[in-house]
Design a protein around this ligand. Structure first.
Ligand SMILES: Cc1ncc(COP(=O)(O)O)c(C=O)c1O
Length: 413
Protein backbone atom coordinates (compact mmCIF):
# COMPACT_ATOMS: atom_id res chain seq x y z
CA UNK A 1 0.00 0.00 0.00
CA UNK A 2 1.20 3.50 -0.79
CA UNK A 3 0.23 6.54 1.26
CA UNK A 4 -3.03 7.68 -0.36
CA UNK A 5 -2.78 11.02 -2.17
CA UNK A 6 -5.91 12.17 -0.41
CA UNK A 7 -7.27 11.22 2.97
CA UNK A 8 -10.57 9.44 3.64
CA UNK A 9 -13.17 10.23 6.23
CA UNK A 10 -13.23 8.27 9.51
CA UNK A 11 -16.79 7.22 8.56
CA UNK A 12 -15.27 5.37 5.56
CA UNK A 13 -12.23 4.02 7.39
CA UNK A 14 -13.90 2.71 10.53
CA UNK A 15 -16.15 0.10 8.83
CA UNK A 16 -13.20 -0.90 6.66
CA UNK A 17 -11.12 -1.65 9.74
CA UNK A 18 -14.03 -3.38 11.41
CA UNK A 19 -14.55 -5.64 8.41
CA UNK A 20 -10.83 -6.53 8.45
CA UNK A 21 -11.35 -7.87 11.96
CA UNK A 22 -13.84 -10.41 10.70
CA UNK A 23 -10.95 -12.68 9.71
CA UNK A 24 -9.53 -12.69 13.24
CA UNK A 25 -10.34 -15.43 15.72
CA UNK A 26 -13.61 -14.80 17.59
CA UNK A 27 -11.92 -13.82 20.83
CA UNK A 28 -15.11 -12.55 22.44
CA UNK A 29 -16.52 -16.05 21.98
CA UNK A 30 -13.59 -17.52 23.92
CA UNK A 31 -11.77 -18.92 20.88
CA UNK A 32 -8.35 -17.71 22.05
CA UNK A 33 -6.61 -19.41 24.98
CA UNK A 34 -4.16 -16.50 25.19
CA UNK A 35 -3.77 -12.85 24.09
CA UNK A 36 -7.20 -11.68 25.36
CA UNK A 37 -8.37 -11.37 28.96
CA UNK A 38 -12.02 -10.45 29.02
CA UNK A 39 -14.80 -10.33 31.55
CA UNK A 40 -17.58 -8.15 30.12
CA UNK A 41 -18.50 -4.86 28.41
CA UNK A 42 -18.64 -3.05 31.75
CA UNK A 43 -15.02 -3.77 32.67
CA UNK A 44 -13.96 -3.10 29.08
CA UNK A 45 -15.54 0.36 29.26
CA UNK A 46 -13.53 1.25 32.37
CA UNK A 47 -10.24 0.00 30.85
CA UNK A 48 -10.92 1.80 27.58
CA UNK A 49 -12.28 5.11 28.87
CA UNK A 50 -9.45 5.48 31.40
CA UNK A 51 -7.04 4.75 28.60
CA UNK A 52 -8.63 7.41 26.34
CA UNK A 53 -8.51 9.93 29.18
CA UNK A 54 -4.70 9.71 29.03
CA UNK A 55 -4.43 9.17 25.29
CA UNK A 56 -2.34 12.30 24.74
CA UNK A 57 -0.18 12.50 27.87
CA UNK A 58 3.40 11.24 27.78
CA UNK A 59 4.74 9.07 30.61
CA UNK A 60 8.22 10.46 29.96
CA UNK A 61 7.11 13.92 31.09
CA UNK A 62 7.03 13.39 34.82
CA UNK A 63 7.21 17.11 35.60
CA UNK A 64 4.62 17.97 32.96
CA UNK A 65 2.11 15.29 33.98
CA UNK A 66 2.32 14.79 37.74
CA UNK A 67 -1.11 13.18 37.61
CA UNK A 68 0.20 10.33 35.42
CA UNK A 69 3.12 9.96 37.80
CA UNK A 70 0.75 9.66 40.73
CA UNK A 71 -1.25 6.96 38.92
CA UNK A 72 1.97 5.10 38.18
CA UNK A 73 3.09 5.36 41.78
CA UNK A 74 -0.27 4.05 43.02
CA UNK A 75 -0.21 1.10 40.60
CA UNK A 76 3.33 0.12 41.59
CA UNK A 77 2.41 0.34 45.30
CA UNK A 78 -0.63 -1.87 44.80
CA UNK A 79 1.37 -4.52 42.94
CA UNK A 80 4.23 -4.38 45.48
CA UNK A 81 1.71 -5.00 48.26
CA UNK A 82 0.24 -7.96 46.41
CA UNK A 83 3.77 -9.35 46.05
CA UNK A 84 4.31 -8.97 49.83
CA UNK A 85 7.13 -6.49 49.42
CA UNK A 86 8.19 -4.27 52.31
CA UNK A 87 8.68 -0.51 52.53
CA UNK A 88 12.16 -0.68 51.00
CA UNK A 89 10.91 -2.08 47.69
CA UNK A 90 10.45 -0.10 44.47
CA UNK A 91 9.34 -0.66 40.91
CA UNK A 92 8.60 0.75 37.45
CA UNK A 93 5.70 0.58 35.06
CA UNK A 94 6.71 -0.91 31.70
CA UNK A 95 5.20 -1.72 28.33
CA UNK A 96 4.95 -5.48 28.94
CA UNK A 97 6.53 -8.59 30.34
CA UNK A 98 9.36 -8.48 27.83
CA UNK A 99 10.42 -4.98 28.89
CA UNK A 100 10.11 -5.86 32.59
CA UNK A 101 12.34 -8.89 32.03
CA UNK A 102 14.80 -6.85 29.98
CA UNK A 103 15.15 -4.35 32.82
CA UNK A 104 15.62 -7.06 35.44
CA UNK A 105 18.29 -8.76 33.31
CA UNK A 106 20.09 -5.48 32.68
CA UNK A 107 20.01 -4.63 36.39
CA UNK A 108 21.34 -8.07 37.34
CA UNK A 109 24.12 -7.78 34.77
CA UNK A 110 25.21 -4.36 36.03
CA UNK A 111 24.88 -5.38 39.67
CA UNK A 112 26.92 -8.53 38.99
CA UNK A 113 29.58 -6.67 37.04
CA UNK A 114 30.74 -5.00 40.24
CA UNK A 115 31.68 -8.20 42.08
CA UNK A 116 32.13 -10.77 39.33
CA UNK A 117 35.42 -12.61 39.33
CA UNK A 118 35.55 -13.90 35.75
CA UNK A 119 36.19 -12.00 32.55
CA UNK A 120 34.04 -12.52 29.48
CA UNK A 121 30.28 -12.57 29.11
CA UNK A 122 27.97 -12.43 32.10
CA UNK A 123 25.85 -15.51 32.38
CA UNK A 124 22.30 -16.32 33.45
CA UNK A 125 21.01 -19.74 34.49
CA UNK A 126 17.39 -20.65 33.99
CA UNK A 127 15.14 -23.63 33.38
CA UNK A 128 14.31 -24.79 29.86
CA UNK A 129 10.72 -23.59 30.48
CA UNK A 130 11.53 -19.91 31.16
CA UNK A 131 10.11 -17.33 28.76
CA UNK A 132 12.07 -16.51 25.55
CA UNK A 133 12.24 -12.86 26.69
CA UNK A 134 15.30 -13.81 28.78
CA UNK A 135 17.20 -14.92 25.68
CA UNK A 136 16.00 -11.84 23.85
CA UNK A 137 17.39 -9.65 26.64
CA UNK A 138 20.62 -11.67 26.69
CA UNK A 139 21.03 -11.00 22.97
CA UNK A 140 20.61 -7.26 23.43
CA UNK A 141 22.84 -7.20 26.51
CA UNK A 142 25.56 -9.52 25.18
CA UNK A 143 25.09 -12.16 27.84
CA UNK A 144 25.26 -15.93 27.86
CA UNK A 145 22.22 -18.06 28.67
CA UNK A 146 22.29 -21.56 30.12
CA UNK A 147 18.93 -23.34 30.00
CA UNK A 148 18.77 -26.46 32.15
CA UNK A 149 16.42 -29.46 31.85
CA UNK A 150 13.42 -29.46 34.17
CA UNK A 151 12.56 -32.17 36.71
CA UNK A 152 9.89 -34.82 36.07
CA UNK A 153 7.19 -32.47 37.43
CA UNK A 154 8.27 -29.79 34.90
CA UNK A 155 9.67 -27.52 37.63
CA UNK A 156 13.17 -26.05 37.50
CA UNK A 157 15.67 -28.59 38.76
CA UNK A 158 17.60 -26.56 41.29
CA UNK A 159 20.47 -29.02 41.69
CA UNK A 160 21.11 -29.04 37.94
CA UNK A 161 20.92 -25.25 37.91
CA UNK A 162 23.42 -24.96 40.77
CA UNK A 163 25.96 -27.00 38.80
CA UNK A 164 25.91 -24.31 36.11
CA UNK A 165 26.64 -21.44 38.48
CA UNK A 166 30.20 -20.20 38.17
CA UNK A 167 32.14 -16.97 38.56
CA UNK A 168 30.49 -15.51 35.41
CA UNK A 169 26.96 -16.06 36.67
CA UNK A 170 25.08 -12.91 37.57
CA UNK A 171 21.46 -14.06 37.39
CA UNK A 172 19.28 -17.03 38.29
CA UNK A 173 15.65 -17.08 37.15
CA UNK A 174 12.54 -18.78 38.45
CA UNK A 175 9.06 -18.65 36.92
CA UNK A 176 5.86 -18.35 38.93
CA UNK A 177 4.55 -20.08 36.95
CA UNK A 178 6.32 -20.91 33.67
CA UNK A 179 4.15 -20.62 30.58
CA UNK A 180 4.74 -23.98 28.81
CA UNK A 181 3.33 -26.27 31.57
CA UNK A 182 1.88 -23.75 33.99
CA UNK A 183 3.88 -24.89 37.01
CA UNK A 184 5.69 -22.83 39.64
CA UNK A 185 9.43 -23.29 39.96
CA UNK A 186 10.67 -23.91 43.54
CA UNK A 187 11.39 -20.26 44.31
CA UNK A 188 12.38 -20.88 47.95
CA UNK A 189 15.12 -23.28 46.81
CA UNK A 190 16.25 -20.86 44.12
CA UNK A 191 16.40 -18.10 46.74
CA UNK A 192 18.68 -20.30 48.82
CA UNK A 193 20.95 -20.65 45.78
CA UNK A 194 20.90 -16.92 45.26
CA UNK A 195 21.87 -16.25 48.89
CA UNK A 196 24.56 -18.92 48.88
CA UNK A 197 26.24 -17.73 45.66
CA UNK A 198 25.45 -14.02 45.97
CA UNK A 199 23.63 -14.06 42.64
CA UNK A 200 20.60 -11.98 41.65
CA UNK A 201 17.32 -13.94 41.59
CA UNK A 202 14.53 -12.79 39.29
CA UNK A 203 11.04 -14.28 39.68
CA UNK A 204 9.02 -14.08 36.50
CA UNK A 205 5.40 -13.73 37.62
CA UNK A 206 4.34 -12.04 34.37
CA UNK A 207 1.43 -14.37 33.78
CA UNK A 208 0.71 -15.42 37.36
CA UNK A 209 1.32 -12.26 39.38
CA UNK A 210 -2.17 -10.83 39.18
CA UNK A 211 -3.94 -14.17 39.66
CA UNK A 212 -1.86 -16.13 42.19
CA UNK A 213 -2.66 -13.95 45.26
CA UNK A 214 -6.37 -14.26 44.58
CA UNK A 215 -6.54 -17.98 43.93
CA UNK A 216 -4.47 -18.50 47.08
CA UNK A 217 -7.03 -16.47 49.01
CA UNK A 218 -9.75 -18.70 47.56
CA UNK A 219 -7.97 -21.69 49.09
CA UNK A 220 -6.07 -23.08 46.09
CA UNK A 221 -2.59 -24.35 46.69
CA UNK A 222 -0.07 -21.72 45.56
CA UNK A 223 3.58 -22.28 46.52
CA UNK A 224 5.57 -19.33 47.91
CA UNK A 225 6.97 -17.25 45.08
CA UNK A 226 7.18 -13.55 46.02
CA UNK A 227 9.11 -10.99 48.11
CA UNK A 228 8.07 -12.79 51.30
CA UNK A 229 11.03 -15.04 50.43
CA UNK A 230 14.41 -13.68 51.45
CA UNK A 231 16.64 -13.64 48.37
CA UNK A 232 14.17 -12.57 45.66
CA UNK A 233 15.91 -9.59 44.03
CA UNK A 234 13.33 -8.66 41.39
CA UNK A 235 9.99 -9.71 39.95
CA UNK A 236 7.99 -9.10 36.78
CA UNK A 237 4.20 -8.87 37.05
CA UNK A 238 2.03 -8.06 34.04
CA UNK A 239 -1.13 -6.01 34.32
CA UNK A 240 -2.26 -6.59 30.75
CA UNK A 241 -2.81 -10.27 31.48
CA UNK A 242 -4.69 -11.17 34.70
CA UNK A 243 -4.65 -7.50 35.73
CA UNK A 244 -7.24 -6.93 32.95
CA UNK A 245 -5.74 -3.58 32.01
CA UNK A 246 -5.35 -2.31 28.44
CA UNK A 247 -2.29 -3.77 26.75
CA UNK A 248 1.11 -2.19 27.25
CA UNK A 249 1.01 -2.64 31.03
CA UNK A 250 3.50 -4.49 33.20
CA UNK A 251 5.62 -3.85 36.26
CA UNK A 252 9.20 -4.66 37.19
CA UNK A 253 9.73 -4.71 40.93
CA UNK A 254 12.92 -4.60 42.98
CA UNK A 255 13.55 -5.80 46.52
CA UNK A 256 14.89 -2.35 47.38
CA UNK A 257 15.58 1.06 45.85
CA UNK A 258 19.29 0.39 45.63
CA UNK A 259 18.67 -2.54 43.29
CA UNK A 260 16.24 -0.47 41.22
CA UNK A 261 19.03 2.05 40.61
CA UNK A 262 20.65 -0.55 38.31
CA UNK A 263 17.72 -0.26 35.91
CA UNK A 264 18.12 3.50 35.64
CA UNK A 265 19.59 5.31 32.65
CA UNK A 266 21.08 8.69 33.51
CA UNK A 267 22.58 10.97 30.89
CA UNK A 268 23.69 14.60 30.72
CA UNK A 269 26.34 14.73 27.96
CA UNK A 270 24.31 16.77 25.48
CA UNK A 271 23.10 20.35 25.42
CA UNK A 272 19.59 19.68 26.67
CA UNK A 273 20.27 18.86 30.29
CA UNK A 274 19.70 15.69 32.32
CA UNK A 275 17.81 12.86 30.63
CA UNK A 276 17.02 10.06 33.08
CA UNK A 277 14.64 7.14 32.66
CA UNK A 278 13.85 4.00 34.63
CA UNK A 279 12.57 2.00 31.66
CA UNK A 280 13.59 1.10 28.13
CA UNK A 281 11.26 3.51 26.39
CA UNK A 282 11.73 7.25 26.12
CA UNK A 283 8.32 8.59 25.21
CA UNK A 284 5.87 6.28 26.95
CA UNK A 285 2.12 6.05 26.55
CA UNK A 286 0.38 7.15 29.76
CA UNK A 287 -2.83 5.42 28.72
CA UNK A 288 -1.91 1.88 29.90
CA UNK A 289 -0.92 3.37 33.27
CA UNK A 290 -4.29 5.11 33.49
CA UNK A 291 -6.09 1.97 32.36
CA UNK A 292 -4.35 -0.18 34.97
CA UNK A 293 -5.04 2.35 37.73
CA UNK A 294 -8.73 2.57 36.86
CA UNK A 295 -9.25 -1.18 36.45
CA UNK A 296 -7.48 -2.00 39.73
CA UNK A 297 -9.51 0.57 41.64
CA UNK A 298 -12.70 -0.41 39.89
CA UNK A 299 -12.35 -4.11 40.63
CA UNK A 300 -10.67 -4.00 44.01
CA UNK A 301 -9.80 -7.26 45.70
CA UNK A 302 -13.43 -8.31 45.55
CA UNK A 303 -13.55 -8.04 41.75
CA UNK A 304 -10.30 -9.94 41.23
CA UNK A 305 -11.42 -12.67 43.62
CA UNK A 306 -14.67 -13.08 41.72
CA UNK A 307 -12.84 -13.38 38.38
CA UNK A 308 -10.35 -15.81 39.92
CA UNK A 309 -13.24 -17.93 41.15
CA UNK A 310 -14.83 -18.00 37.66
CA UNK A 311 -11.47 -18.82 36.08
CA UNK A 312 -10.76 -21.76 38.37
CA UNK A 313 -14.31 -23.06 38.11
CA UNK A 314 -14.00 -22.93 34.30
CA UNK A 315 -10.73 -24.85 34.51
CA UNK A 316 -12.45 -27.49 36.65
CA UNK A 317 -15.24 -27.92 34.08
CA UNK A 318 -12.76 -28.28 31.22
CA UNK A 319 -10.61 -30.70 33.23
CA UNK A 320 -13.52 -32.97 34.06
CA UNK A 321 -14.86 -32.84 30.50
CA UNK A 322 -11.50 -33.60 28.88
CA UNK A 323 -10.71 -36.46 31.25
CA UNK A 324 -14.10 -38.00 30.50
CA UNK A 325 -13.19 -38.34 26.80
CA UNK A 326 -11.58 -41.76 26.30
CA UNK A 327 -8.01 -41.42 25.02
CA UNK A 328 -7.36 -37.96 26.50
CA UNK A 329 -5.74 -37.07 29.80
CA UNK A 330 -4.89 -33.75 31.44
CA UNK A 331 -1.30 -33.21 32.48
CA UNK A 332 -0.35 -33.01 36.17
CA UNK A 333 0.32 -30.80 38.06
CA UNK A 334 -1.03 -27.98 35.80
CA UNK A 335 -1.18 -25.09 38.27
CA UNK A 336 -2.76 -21.60 38.21
CA UNK A 337 -5.21 -21.28 35.30
CA UNK A 338 -3.31 -23.65 33.00
CA UNK A 339 -4.50 -26.93 31.58
CA UNK A 340 -2.63 -29.17 29.17
CA UNK A 341 -3.95 -32.41 27.80
CA UNK A 342 -2.44 -35.20 25.78
CA UNK A 343 -3.38 -38.46 24.14
CA UNK A 344 -3.06 -41.73 26.03
CA UNK A 345 -4.19 -43.73 23.01
CA UNK A 346 -1.67 -44.54 20.24
CA UNK A 347 -4.51 -44.27 17.73
CA UNK A 348 -5.11 -40.63 18.56
CA UNK A 349 -2.52 -38.16 17.33
CA UNK A 350 -2.91 -35.14 19.61
CA UNK A 351 -1.68 -32.82 16.87
CA UNK A 352 -4.41 -34.14 14.56
CA UNK A 353 -6.86 -33.29 17.37
CA UNK A 354 -5.32 -29.80 17.48
CA UNK A 355 -5.78 -29.47 13.70
CA UNK A 356 -9.42 -30.57 14.02
CA UNK A 357 -10.12 -28.02 16.76
CA UNK A 358 -8.48 -25.27 14.66
CA UNK A 359 -10.79 -26.17 11.78
CA UNK A 360 -13.69 -25.62 14.15
CA UNK A 361 -12.48 -22.09 14.88
CA UNK A 362 -10.54 -22.63 18.11
CA UNK A 363 -7.06 -21.13 18.29
CA UNK A 364 -4.93 -24.00 19.55
CA UNK A 365 -1.75 -23.68 21.57
CA UNK A 366 0.52 -26.71 21.32
CA UNK A 367 3.21 -27.87 23.67
CA UNK A 368 5.86 -30.14 22.16
CA UNK A 369 7.34 -31.65 25.33
CA UNK A 370 5.23 -33.57 26.07
CA UNK A 371 3.14 -33.36 22.93
CA UNK A 372 -0.07 -31.77 24.21
CA UNK A 373 -2.69 -29.06 23.76
CA UNK A 374 -2.21 -25.98 25.88
CA UNK A 375 -5.09 -24.03 27.47
CA UNK A 376 -5.11 -21.08 29.84
CA UNK A 377 -8.42 -19.79 31.18
CA UNK A 378 -9.96 -16.48 32.09
CA UNK A 379 -13.62 -15.49 32.46
CA UNK A 380 -14.05 -15.22 28.65
CA UNK A 381 -13.99 -19.03 28.53
CA UNK A 382 -16.70 -19.64 31.13
CA UNK A 383 -19.63 -19.62 28.69
CA UNK A 384 -17.95 -21.81 26.05
CA UNK A 385 -16.89 -24.87 28.05
CA UNK A 386 -19.72 -27.09 26.82
CA UNK A 387 -19.26 -26.07 23.19
CA UNK A 388 -15.50 -26.70 23.35
CA UNK A 389 -16.00 -30.12 24.92
CA UNK A 390 -18.65 -31.08 22.36
CA UNK A 391 -16.32 -30.11 19.52
CA UNK A 392 -13.45 -31.95 21.16
CA UNK A 393 -15.46 -35.13 21.48
CA UNK A 394 -16.42 -34.93 17.78
CA UNK A 395 -12.84 -34.25 16.71
CA UNK A 396 -11.39 -37.09 18.79
CA UNK A 397 -13.94 -39.52 17.41
CA UNK A 398 -13.12 -38.37 13.87
CA UNK A 399 -9.35 -38.75 14.43
CA UNK A 400 -9.90 -42.21 15.90
CA UNK A 401 -12.05 -43.26 12.95
CA UNK A 402 -9.87 -41.87 10.19
CA UNK A 403 -6.45 -42.38 11.83
CA UNK A 404 -5.47 -38.83 10.86
CA UNK A 405 -1.91 -37.78 11.61
CA UNK A 406 -0.88 -34.14 11.70
CA UNK A 407 2.04 -32.92 9.63
CA UNK A 408 2.35 -29.82 11.75
CA UNK A 409 5.00 -30.18 14.39
CA UNK A 410 5.95 -26.66 15.25
CA UNK A 411 4.08 -24.09 17.25
CA UNK A 412 4.00 -20.55 15.91
CA UNK A 413 2.73 -17.66 17.99
C1 LIG B 1 5.84 -16.33 32.18
C2 LIG B 1 5.86 -15.23 31.16
N1 LIG B 1 6.87 -14.34 31.15
C3 LIG B 1 6.95 -13.34 30.25
C4 LIG B 1 5.97 -13.17 29.29
C5 LIG B 1 6.14 -12.07 28.27
O1 LIG B 1 5.14 -11.10 28.39
P1 LIG B 1 4.82 -10.06 27.20
O2 LIG B 1 4.26 -10.87 26.07
O3 LIG B 1 3.85 -9.11 27.84
O4 LIG B 1 6.08 -9.38 26.82
C6 LIG B 1 4.90 -14.07 29.26
C7 LIG B 1 3.88 -13.96 28.24
O5 LIG B 1 3.00 -14.81 28.10
C8 LIG B 1 4.84 -15.13 30.21
O6 LIG B 1 3.85 -16.03 30.22
Amino acid sequence: MELPAKGSSWETLKPLMESLKSNDYAWKSGRLPLYVYWRDEELYRVAKEASSLYFVENGLGKRAFPSAQKLEHDVISMVLNLMQADEAAAGSFTSGGTESIFLAVKSARDFGARNRAALGKSKMVLAHTAHPAFDKAAGYLDMEVVRTPVAADYRADVRVMEREIDSSTVLVVGSAPAYPHGVYDPIEDLAELSRKHGVWLHVDACVGGMLSPFIRKLGYDVPPYDFSIDGVSSMSVDLHKYGFSAKGASTVLFQNKRLKEYSRFHFSNWPRGVYATDTFLGTRPASPIASAWAVMNYLGEEGYLEMARTTMETKRRFTEGINSIPGLKTLEPGELSFLLYRSTDPEIDINAVADGMSEKGWFVGRCNAPSSIHLMFNPVHAPVAEEYLEHLEQVVSDVRKTGKISVLDEETY
